[in-house]
Design a binder for this molecule. Structure first.
Ligand SMILES: Nc1ncnc2c1ncn2[C@@H]1O[C@H](COP(=O)(O)OP(=O)(O)OP(=O)(O)O)[C@@H](O)[C@H]1O
Ligand SMILES: [Zn+2]
Length: 536
């Protein structure tokens, strides 16, 4: 814009020149107006522009101006100020990340004995479960800089730009080490490479991924650059990313259970004013299936509602209303278990756990949950073996089969029907049974084993092709018999412990997740009143 232009415009607008220019400007004033002010304005505009450019690179796929050499600089935050205490629940994830924090605090403790820290860890879980928040908390706890970039920002229009960005990011991270580099949505660059159906930009994406792999292999692990990446589609990742020395640690970040939801609500409610009468446990119950992000949203929505109604604080009703708003859309998109389904899944999982616990030589139950998993499972029972062993006895394998069938057995016993939820279990049980009979020679019938192994030698080990039709049929029959026997054993165990089955399933239904300790405590407690033992 030039001066005469401005003057003309001002005149057009009916402004007289007298108002624009002082009557008799001193030389100093003239100087100021004609040189200093334009320069100041120029600098100001320049700054504003560059700020704008940076923020446009911060979110969404890079804009037209997002190439250039030192992009990653803008992602540095010297301290996130976020601590683990800001992340409610997710204790498992926090436990796993604590080691990284400790390493960043005193690396010599690790390097002294020659231990090197994992270079990368993969945070895996559904959207909004706090993966980004956890990564920030790691940086906050360790008091190190935090670089953050989203996978989609690497995907550039021009071949080679993404790779350049990766190089640049690592260069800066190395300069700022120790630090945390966080790559969100890593699946956008880290998708399996062979995958058909990927159209366009293949070269670019592949180059970017290769650069990432090269950088990860190249940097010195003892410098203290830890790369955290997040994804909700771990299965789609290129296996190269998951190799040792890369993202070889997987940290599950799952949807919160009842207690977790209550804690998250409380963390966020600290930021708003609420009535004393608000009952977070009830709100958490009503918000079944909600993620951390959705719960944060519910709290905010409740506060907005209060303001709209001219109140000074949010009430129980505000929260209940906002659950409807936030969750309603969500429930349509995602399958949330109905109460009946929840009950079935509870009995199913306790079925597994109870059968496991009542057999000797069976790994102790570690955790049981009916929170749907990223994997698509409706619930799971986790057993952890204290001492890892590779040689399993026939009894142990049989017990494993019985444990797998325990879920279905519980459904049959209580609901007199089975759901599709048990199909994977039966598959697993059958797999073990087949291996026992054909490969490990655990069949009573030695001929069976011999035949199988002879034909395997001819045909390279694929047992489904290896046998003659008769052998296959015989084998199948044996497998089915074995699974059936174990299934009957499981039914018997549950029948014998029916009151505990009810009690534990009820407890799991209410709490959604229970630990192995809680499970054992209930199991070992004296029986409840006989009334609970009657079947419904
Ligand atoms: N466990 C939690 N405790 C407290 N707040 C949480 C928790 N989980 C999520 N939130 C809230 O939800 C917001 C969004 O979470 P965040 O961005 O970390 O999720 P994400 O898993 O990275 O999601 P996405 O996969 O969509 O990137 C957080 O900023 C926080 O306010
Ligand atoms: Zn099961």
């Amino acid at each position: 814009m030039d001066d005469s232009d401005l003057v003309n415009r001002l005149l057009d607008a009916g402004v007289t020149m007298d108002e624009v220019l002082p009557e008799s400007p001193s030389i100093l004033m003239t100087l100021l107006l004609s040189y200093v002010v334009p320069i100041v304005i120029f600098i100001f505009i320049g700054r504003w522009l560059s700020k704008k450019m940076m923020s446009s690179m911060g979110g969404g796929p890079g804009g037209a101006m997002s190439f250039g050499k030192s992009n990653a600089k803008v992602y540095v935050k010297s301290s996130t100020g976020i601590k683990f205490s800001d992340v409610a629940g997710e204790d498992e994830a926090k436990d796993l990340l604590t080691e990284i924090v400790d390493y960043l605090h005193n690396p010599q403790k690790y390097t002294e004995i020659g231990a090197s820290m994992p270079k990368g860890a993969l945070l895996v879980g559904p959207p909004g479960t706090g993966k980004t928040l956890l990564a920030k908390a790691v940086a906050g706890e360790a008091e190190v800089p935090f670089f953050s970039i989203s996978g989609s920002e690497f995907v550039e229009m021009f071949v080679g730009m993404g790779a350049a960005k990766v190089r640049d990011l690592f260069k800066q991270a190395n300069e700022k080490a120790p630090c945390i580099v966080f790559i969100d949505e890593i699946d956008t660059i880290g998708k399996k490479r062979d995958g058909a159906g990927f159209t366009g930009g293949n070269d670019e994406r592949e180059q970017t991924l290769n650069q990432l792999l090269t950088e990860m292999d190249g940097f010195d692990g003892s410098k203290g650059v830890v790369i955290l990446a997040a994804t909700n589609r771990p299965d789609s990742l290129d296996p190269a990313l998951l190799r040792p020395g890369r993202f070889d640690r997987r940290i599950p970040v799952e949807l919160p259970d009842l207690q977790g939801r209550e804690d998250i609500l409380k963390v966020h409610a600290k930021k708003i004013k609420i009535a004393d009468t608000v009952r977070f446990d009830d709100i958490a119950k009503a918000a079944a299936g909600a993620s951390g992000a959705e719960l944060a949203n519910i709290v905010n929505e409740a506060a907005l509602r209060a303001v709209r109604d001219g109140r000074k604080f949010a009430t129980q009703a505000d929260f209940e209303e906002s659950i409807e708003v936030v969750i309603a859309g969500y429930q349509k998109k995602n399958r949330v278990l109905s109460n009946k389904e929840k009950l079935i899944v509870s009995y199913h999982e306790i079925g597994h756990a109870l059968v496991a616990a009542k057999q000797t030589e069976s790994a102790p139950v570690h955790k049981i949950t009916i929170i749907p998993r990223t994997s698509g499972a409706l619930g799971y029972t986790m057993q952890v073996d204290d001492n890892e062993h590779y040689l399993m006895s026939k009894e142990e394998l049989e017990n494993k089969i019985a444990t797998f069938t325990g879920g279905r057995a519980a459904e049959e016993l209580i609901f007199h029907s089975v759901t599709t939820g048990a199909s994977n279990d039966i598959e697993q049980a059958t797999k073990i049974a087949r291996a026992m009979i054909s490969r490990y020679g655990m069949s009573d019938d030695f001929d069976m084993v011999a035949m199988e192994s002879v034909s395997n030698q001819y045909l390279g080990g694929d047992s489904s092709l290896a046998c003659s039709f008769e052998t296959q049929t015989l084998l199948d029959k044996k497998v089915v018999e074995l699974v059936k026997r174990q299934h009957e054993k499981a039914l018997q165990i549950l029948q014998d412990n029916i009151s505990k089955l009810h009690e534990l399933a009820k407890y799991l239904y209410e709490h959604e997740t229970i630990t192995g300790d809680e499970f054992m405590k209930i199991l070992e407690a004296p029986e409840e009143t006989p009334a609970a033992a009657t079947e419904e």
